[in-house]
Structures are given as structure tokens and as C-alpha cells.
Write a protein that binds this ligand. Structure first.
Ligand code: MG
Ligand code: MG
Length: 248
């Protein structure tokens, strides 16, 4: 069942989104060679709690941290720890916050120091693909219009779209129906409606789209070891078009 949100609920989600975005910005300001992913996690948790919100991922299905921190070939769900970031790495940071029972969810891939041309192109294409997907989050569109737009941008840049992990509805639960794939055929799928709120989150690989999980039970990596990037916003579908909730 897809839960439509009222304008009042969307305002609460905007607050959860603001805090999520603020945590990501503060993490981004601290990203540099020499910092550990655990230090970044502390920054995010302290900020979220200082705003009176609750970290959404901490304890979620047993996840042990506030952030998912995924470096280079890691796609999503990396666990913060003692890993020291190096010049040339890319770091995907996924963050969520809960306010009054409503969730915000967003991700951003940061360059660490100076990155390769390929890495820079991957970050740019993934960010642009998210914008293209968001532009389709309108009541006159269908679900796969979003994924098709993402896929076109990513593949035109020579990259591939992860199939096994997708975006999702979001509200009083972090993951609600429907699933929101980052691929598919335009014009297909359910009719979008005002009041739907989606986490749109392209995960784009520099190589092939296959991924696998590591033995820690969380970290997902590209099967071929190539770089991966991840950008995400929580977006409300309204009569006036898409509204990004995860912004300050
Ligand atoms: Mg997320
Ligand atoms: Mg998400």
C-alpha cells in the first residue's frame, strides 16, 4: 500500500530532511585525506541529536552507526570505522534522521582531495542523473519515468545503473512502498500522485552493474571492483511539481 502524505505531514518531513541535509553538509566539510569514517559518523550523530532528532540508521536492522560510509568500489551500506580516507578516494555518505516519527533520507558522494578524471565524471553523472529523476517526480508522470531518466543520463556518460538496490517510498517508515528503481521504461508503472514521497537514489557504477555483499553482512561492493557513486534526496510529489525535502 502506498501511503499518501498530507501537507502537514510533508512539513514534518521537511524538518527531518533539513536535519539530514545539515548533517551531510557538516560531514562534507570535514571530508579530507587523513580523517576516519568513524570521525565523520560522530559529527553526523552529534548534529542530528543537537537538533532534537534521532539518527535513522542507528540500530536499523542492527546497523551500528549513524552514517553509511562507502569508499571507492563500495556501493552502499559501508560501516564507519577506523578506515582513513586517502587523497583520490571517493566517499559515499548516506544519512537519515527522524523527527516526530517521520524520516528523511539523503546521500552524497564526496571527492577526497584530488580525484581522477573518471571519478569526477562519475560523481557528476550520478548527481545529474538524480536531478533528471527528480524532475519526473510529478503527478503527470509514471513510476518508471523516474528510473528511465536516471538511466539515460548514467548510460550516456558510459556508466551503469545498479539493479539490486533501488529507491523507495518514505514517511513513517524509512522504506515504504513502492520501490523506485533507477532504470526502466518511460511511461510504465504506477501513476504518480500528489502526496507521494519518494527517496530517489541512483547508485551508479563506473564498470558493470553487478554488485555483491561483503562478509560483514552490510557492505555492498561492485563485483568488478570499479568505482561507484550514490546520490539521494527525499522528494515530495506535489501539484506544483517535485519538492526536495532534504535541503537546508
Ligand atoms: Mg539513504
Ligand atoms: Mg534511501
Amino acid at each position: 500500500m502506498i501511503v499518501l502524505k498530507t501537507p502537514v505531514e510533508i512539513e514534518v518531513m521537511r524538518e527531518a530532511g533539513r536535519i539530514t541535509a545539515g548533517a551531510l553538509r557538516r560531514v562534507g566539510e570535514a571530508v579530507r585525506p587523513g580523517v576516519t569514517t568513524l570521525e565523520l559518523d560522530v559529527i553526523a550523530e552529534e548534529y542530528i541529536r543537537s537538533e532534537g532528532a534521532v539518527p535513522a540508521f542507528l540500530g536499523y536492522h542492527g546497523f551500528p552507526a549513524t552514517l553509511c560510509t562507502s569508499v571507492n568500489e563500495q556501493v552502499v551500506h559501508g560501516i564507519p570505522g577506523s578506515r582513513v580516507l586517502c587523497d583520490g578516494d571517493i566517499l559515499s555518505v548516506d544519512c537519515g534522521a527522524v523527527v516526530d516519527g517521520y524520516f528523511g533520507d539523503a546521500a552524497y558522494t564526496f571527492p577526497v582531495g584530488t580525484v581522477s578524471d573518471q571519478a569526477a565524471a562519475l560523481l557528476s553523472a550520478t548527481s545529474v542523473s538524480l536531478d533528471a529523476g527528480i524532475a519526473k517526480a510529478r503527478p503527470d508522470m509514471r513510476l518508471y519515468d523516474i528510473g528511465s531518466a536516471v538511466q539515460k543520463v548514467a548510460e550516456a556518460a558510459g556508466f551503469s545503473v545498479v539493479r539490486e538496490y533501488v529507491g523507495h517510498g518514505i514517511g513513517r517508515a524509512m522504506h515504504e512502498e513502492p520501490q523506485v528503481p533507477n532504470f526502466g521504461q518511460a511511461g510504465k508503472g504506477l501513476q504518480l500522485k500528489s502526496g507521494m514521497v519518494f527517496a530517489i537514489e541512483p547508485m551508479i557504477n563506473a564498470g558493470g552493474y553487478d554488485v555483491k555483499s561483503l562478509s560483514d553482512g552490510w557492505t555492498v561492493v561492485t563485483s568488478d571492483g570499479a568505482l561507484s557513486a550514490h546520490f539521494e534526496h527525499t522528494v515530495a510529489i506535489t501539484d506544483d511539481g517535485p519538492v526536495i525535502l532534504t535541503c537546508e
